[in-house]
Design a protein around this ligand. Structure first.
Ligand code: HEC
Length: 126
């Protein structure tokens, strides 16, 4: 029933439908969800051993942010040391494809925080 509300809001509906198209502009690895670009397999082999790649793909930030995260995992979570070259590859990739989200919309509000839909819905008119 809640899904029908989207039908009553064509603009929002259209925007939501476009999201996968925009996201699909970059090819992603079906197993990990990582953007397939230079360095991605280095990230896959070093960053998915302890936790899901989702932790990586759902995070974002500057090169500095990623470097701090790596240091934190090295200091407290048992992450191994990288050779300088490997670390460069990791940080280049992370900062490029999972960089700061200045130009994207904030995540959608959870349903529980949304106000009631004031518009008639398909369910009402049926
Ligand atoms: C040796 C194990 C290990 C490896 C390898 C590892 N991590 Fe982690 N990482 C952790 C642990 C443990 C946590 C904390 C998980 C939790 O809180 O549930 C974590 C958390 C994270 C988080 C979430 C941080 C937050 O603020 O919640 C991100 C992002 C992350 N790792 C990215 C990476 C990246 C990028 C790499 C590769 C460079 C990597 N991890 C490799 C152990 C590892």
């Amino acid at each position: 029933m809640k899904r029908l509300h989207v039908l009553a809001m064509p603009t929002l509906g259209a925007a939501l439908l476009c999201l996968p198209l925009v996201a699909g502009a970059q090819e992603t690895d079906p197993d990990t969800g990582l953007v397939k670009a230079e360095g991605w397999d280095t990230v896959r082999s070093n960053c998915t051993a302890c936790h899901s790649a989702k932790l990586v793909t759902q995070n974002s930030g500057t090169r500095n942010h990623w470097e701090n995260l790596i240091r934190w995992m090295q200091d407290t979570q048992g992450l191994w040391e990288f050779q300088a070259e490997t670390e460069e590859t990791l940080l280049d990739y992370l900062a490029e494809y999972y960089g700061p989200k200045e130009d994207t919309r904030r995540p959608a509000l959870p349903r529980t925080l949304m106000p009631d839909n004031p518009y008639p819905t398909v369910a009402d008119s049926g």
